[in-house]
Write a protein that binds this ligand. Sequence first.
Ligand code: FAD
Length: 410
Amino acid sequence: MSTEVDVAIVGGGPSGAAAAHLLATRGHSVLVCEKKAFPREKTCGDGLTPRAVKVLEEMGLGDELATWERVEGLRVHAAGKTLELPFPKLGDWPDYGLVKPRKDLDRIVLDNAEAAGAKVLYKTQVVDPIFDRGVCTGFVAKRDGENETVSAKWVICGEGAATKFSRSLGRVRDVDYPMGLAVRQYFRSPMEHSGWFEAYLDIRSADESLPGYGWVFPVGDGTVNAGVGLLSTFGGWRDVNLNNLQRGFIGSLPPEWDVNYDTVCSRPRGGRLFMGQSVWPPHGPGFLLTGDAAGMINPCNGEGIAYGYETGRMAARHIDEALRNGSSPSLSGYSEELMETYGPYYRLGRRFVKLIGYPVLMEKLVSMGMNSKTIMSFALTLLANLEDSAPHNAEQKGFKFMKKLAELKP
Ligand SMILES: Cc1cc2nc3c(=O)[nH]c(=O)nc-3n(C[C@H](O)[C@H](O)[C@H](O)COP(=O)(O)OP(=O)(O)OC[C@H]3O[C@@H](n4cnc5c(N)ncnc54)[C@H](O)[C@@H]3O)c2cc1C
C-alpha cells in the first residue's frame, strides 16, 4: 500500500503532534505514523511549566487546561530548608504550571491535531527513510505486518529518544553534550493536590552530592508522580544505579507524603534525556528533526515537553512557508531559528550543568542559594527559561546578562 501527503511525521508525541496540528490548520495534508496505540504509558514526570502551558493555549486547548491539576510554582527542599517559589508574573508567560499524566496529555494533543485535519495511523512503526537523489522523500512504515510506503514533500522526525530513524537520516547526538537519566513511579498520596512542583536537591550516592534532583508532582487523581534525575556531567554517573537512587530518594521523603513502597502503584520506568541542542544540524535535504530527536531538552531543568511543542510548531512554520512559496529542499532556516531562539540560553545551560557536575560545587551552590529566596526565585526564572522579550525588571535584566556572559569564551 502507498500513501502520498505533503508532510509525513514519525511519532505522535508532543513534537510530532504539535507539528501536525499547525500544518493541518494551515491546510496541508499531514500523516502521523505512531508506533504505539494511544492512550499509552509514557515515562515522564508529567510536569508542564508555564512554557508548555503557553503553547497548549496556542494550540486551542485553553478550556481543557482549566480542568487539569494546577501548580503555582516550585517548592524547593535542600540543606534542611524549604522555600516556596511561585512562578514569576511576566508579560510573555503564564504564571502557573500544570500536571497531566502523559498517557492522557499525548492523546489529547494528538486528538487535537486530528480534529484539525491531520491523519494519524497508530500501531504503525516507521522503519526506513526513502531517499531520491539524496533527498528524503518519505519512509516505509510497518502496520499489521504489512509494509506501507509513504511519499511526502517533507518528513519530520519526532521519534523522541528512539534514535533509529534519526540515525538513518545521518543525525546522531554529540556525546560530548550533557545528557540526563531519570526514573519515575506513581504513588497513592494524600498530597495529590499539593499545589507545587516539589524539588529535592540533596540527591546523594555514596555520600556525594549528585547533579540532579528528586521530584514529587501532584497528579490530582489520588496519586503523585515521584522520580529522580541525574546529569551525565558528573564523572561517576555510569556507576550510579538509578533504581537504587530512586529507592533512596523515596525512602528519604517526609512521612506526610505517605509515599513509600506500600503506596506505590507502578513499576519504576526510566529514560534518557537528550539535551542542550545536542543533535546538529537538525535539518537535511527533505527532513527536519524536532523535540528530543533534535536533543532539545532544557539542560537546566530536564524539561522537554514545551521544547517538543515549540520546535514542532517552528518546523511546521518553515515547511508551511516552503510549501506555499517553494524553496530548496534543505530548510536551513529552521536550524538558524533554533540557534537564534535557544542557542545563547542552551550554551548557558551547558556551562551551568558542567559546573554543577562537581559535587563540592553543587553542594556549595545549593546551600548558598537556600539562604536567599531572592536568589532562588531568580534561579527558578532562569532554569525554567522564563525570559520576557522586554527586560522590565532587575531579574529579567539579570537573565539577559547571564546569557551574554555565557557567550564569552571560557
Ligand atoms: C523520567 C523522565 C521524566 C521526564 N519528566 C519531564 C517533565 O516532567 N516535564 C517535561 O517537560 N519533560 C519531561 N521529560 C522529557 C520529556 O518526556 C520529553 O522531552 C518529551 O517527551 C519529548 O517529546 P517528543 O515528541 O520529542 O518525543 P516523545 O515524547 O518521546 O514522542 C516520540 C513518539 O514517537 C513514537 N515513535 C518512536 N519511534 C517511532 C517509529 N520508528 N515509528 C513510529 N513512531 C515512533 C513513540 O512511540 C512516541 O510516541 C522527562 C523524561 C524522562 C525520561
